[in-house]
Design a protein around this ligand. Structure first.
Ligand code: 6LW
Length: 507
């Protein structure tokens, strides 16, 4: 059966997968976005439906004060005897934690914390024991560490020990152990999450090692395939389906090649990909096609035949609750987001917090899921004094975004395009408009640029205000390490506005 990668589009890195019966469950990193750790469900490994989030209550975590690309890193999901466990790191507050539930679609427990440093925690359940793995350092050397714990309390039963230094690549991380045919396999990411990323495997007779490296390492990488639009593949997790076939989910990026130009910049973020895995006679696995991942792939997928992904989104403001795809920044102030199902509107109360701050301004958005999309939003301004701003934004983080908005300056309403890239914040274009009424915003995105248009209803047609290169919102272009991808969002500052439409259509 043919299928198309990525299997989960838009910023969804560091995937981890488990199976319960015929159903697969998958979680990804969420950084400064809220709710925290999206959880997806699938029967065929290709079509994933989001069923919830692992952390949805302020009492479960603090993201306020977290920097861009801080917050929640690299979760692992495991299922054992009716219970789902997820472990992840809040790099901005208290480190490694575990939550559990019997119903992944419902509420998850409050987190328990594990006193082990490092990131990329994983749980390995074996013969009644729970092993807890993460990255670590010993004498300045990066390594993988492990101890035994109680997964319900976080209590450590043993000291932390080094189990591996990896197979020679830099940044050994994303450790997962599996017991397969009575051997212990240790899967790692190596090379860093950028263009040298890869997956390696080792095995041992014992969970703590010593581990022997596979001859064919790395078993997955696109780093020597410069023609491939998919790069940075790594950070994998393995799963066995009911028929005994094996699969790997991993992260990768789609590079927005335009024409034949080679570009080493990407802005959609790291997404989730799928590769079939075969076990060879020597007991080592091979993943993908000769260790590579492509857009179009084939495999004997479980479950129903795969359907095409739409990547489009239409906000239903007539529904009693906002759709699950909506995210906020850090711990949001919920009273500033008021859906009115009767009127089919979402009212945003903007505060003094601006979207240029690492804070929780009034901002609500969805992941950009494809290069070529049109975003449409319809807004009505209820109140507005000088300094008000409200509209739409193509938002990478608080230091990298392009905004199209209504503002008021010295009593004059204006529609403006502003760009924030690095430490430069500038108004790129400005047009005076009449007060009040409805205003429609449109962002047309392709691989190379975002084009910003608006319509105040006076003219029949949208007016183009300007454009900005996608490169300005790319991961590799940020001045500090960043791990996220572009969101398309509504925002309000210093005013109250209502939106009756918000959609992202792929073309
Ligand atoms: C994550 C690390 C990585 O913790 O990026 O690709 C970090 N790998 O494993 C943040 O997503």
């Amino acid at each position: 059966m043919k299928y198309t990668n990525p299997i989960i589009s838009g910023m969804n890195p560091d995937p981890s997968i488990c199976r319960a019966g015929n159903d697969f469950y998958l979680v990804t990193s969420s950084f400064e976005y809220y709710p925290v750790i999206p959880i997806y469900k699938s029967q065929n490994l290709v079509n994933w439906e989001q069923i919830g989030y692992c952390l949805t209550r302020d009492s479960q975590l603090k993201l306020n004060g977290c920097k861009a690309s801080g917050g929640i890193y690299a979760p692992t999901i495991r299922y054992e005897k009716g219970i789902f466990f997820v472990t992840a790191t809040n790099v901005s507050d208290r480190g490694n934690f575990i939550v559990h539930t019997e119903n992944p679609q419902g509420e998850w427990s409050d987190p328990v914390f594990v006193d082990q440093e490092g990131i990329d925690p994983s749980i390995f359940l074996d013969e009644g024991k729970t092993y807890f793995l993460s990255t670590g350092t010993e004498n300045g050397k990066n390594c993988i560490c492990m101890c035994e714990i109680n997964p319900f309390t976080g209590e450590k039963y043993t000291n932390t020990r080094v189990i591996s230094y990896g197979c020679g690549g830099r940044f050994p991380e994303a450790p997962h152990i599996y017991r397969i045919w009575n051997k212990y396999y240790l899967l790692l990411a190596e090379g860093g999450t950028e263009y040298a990323h890869s997956v390696t495997i080792q095995r041992s007779e014992h969970p703590y090692g010593p581990y022997e490296e596979a001859l064919g390492n790395p078993i997955l990488t696109n780093r020597n395939d410069s023609d491939n639009d998919i790069q940075c593949t790594g950070h994998g997790d393995l799963v066995e389906d009911v028929s005994g076939r094996w699969w790997m989910v991993c992260l990768g990026v789609r590079v927005p090649k335009y024409k034949d130009e080679q570009i080493m910049l990407h802005h959609l973020g790291r997404e989730t990909f799928l590769a079939p895995v075969c076990w060879k006679k020597d007991g080592w696995p091979s993943a993908g096609i000769d260790g590579r991942i492509y857009k179009e792939m084939e495999g004997d997928l479980p479950g129903p035949a795969p359907a095409a992904r739409t990547d489009s989104f239409y906000a239903d403001f007539h529904a009693p609750k906002l759709q699950m795809e909506f995210n906020y920044l850090r711990n949001p102030v919920f009273k500033n987001y008021q859906p009115d199902a009767g009127r089919g509107e979402l009212t945003l109360h903007g505060t003094e917090r601006t979207i240029n701050e690492a804070a929780s301004p009034t901002w609500i958005g969805i992941r950009q899921k494809a290069f070529q999309i049109v975003l449409n939003a319809k807004m009505r301004a209820e109140t507005g004094a000088d300094g008000m701003k409200a509209g739409v934004t193509a938002y990478y983080n608080h230091e990298y975004h392009y905004d199209l908005f209504l503002t008021r300056q010295a009593g004059q309403y204006k529609v403006q395009l502003a760009k924030h890239v690095h430490d430069i914040y500038m108004t790129a274009a400005s047009i005076d408009v009449e007060e009040g009424g409805e205003i429609e915003f449109q962002i047309r995105a392709d691989r190379k640029k975002y084009t910003f248009l608006f319509n105040t209803g006076i003219s029949e047609q949208f007016i183009e205000l300007g454009w900005g290169l996608t490169a300005g919102l790319s991961t590799a272009g940020t001045h500090s390490m960043s791990f996220t991808g572009v969101y398309l969002a509504l925002f309000a500052e210093n005013c109250t506005v209502s939106f009756s439409e918000f959609s992202m259509t792929r073309f």
